[in-house]
Design a protein around this ligand. Structure first.
Ligand code: HEC
Length: 106
């Protein structure tokens, strides 16, 4: 086995693993900076703008049942008063923020 290939493969693996960790923390950061003002830090939409705009709680049994794909689509395309983020966030950022919402729903 070519030694250089082994080194490259190891490097690729390490950088992928680092990306996964970064994506998780940036999901939380994105949520706190762009979503929490309407959805509340805990997803309950129980404060301020969330209440005023009748933002639905992300913590109901129905919300927990919603598919991850449908959440990604709503964040990308928007829905009613929910702004579209398809041009503001990258695909991986949207996946990360939806993954973060899933952790709030546990
Ligand atoms: C200006 C207030 C506002 C902001 C900011 C906002 N949302 Fe929303 N969001 C809403 C409203 C209102 C709805 C309900 C839309 C409807 O059903 O008509 C909603 C719905 C959703 C839903 C679907 C919930 C369900 O069960 O149907 C998801 C998922 C969601 N938002 C995620 C996000 C994420 C992620 C962000 C940040 C990137 C974000 N929202 C930022 C107002 C907001």
């Amino acid at each position: 086995m070519n030694r250089r290939k082994t080194v490259l493969a190891t490097l690729a693996f390490v950088s992928l693993a680092t990306c996964t960790v970064l994506a998780q923390s940036s999901g939380a950061d994105t949520y706190k900076s762009k979503c929490a003002m309407c959805h509340s830090a805990d997803g309950s939409a129980s404060s301020g703008a969330g209440k005023a705009m009748h933002v639905p709680s992300l913590l109901t049994p129905e919300a927990k049942k919603a598919s991850t794909a449908s959440y990604v689509a709503i964040v990308k395309e928007g829905k009613g008063k929910m702004p579209a983020y398809g041009t503001k966030l990258s695909g991986p950022e949207i996946n990360a923020v939806v993954a973060y919402i899933r952790t709030l729903q546990k």
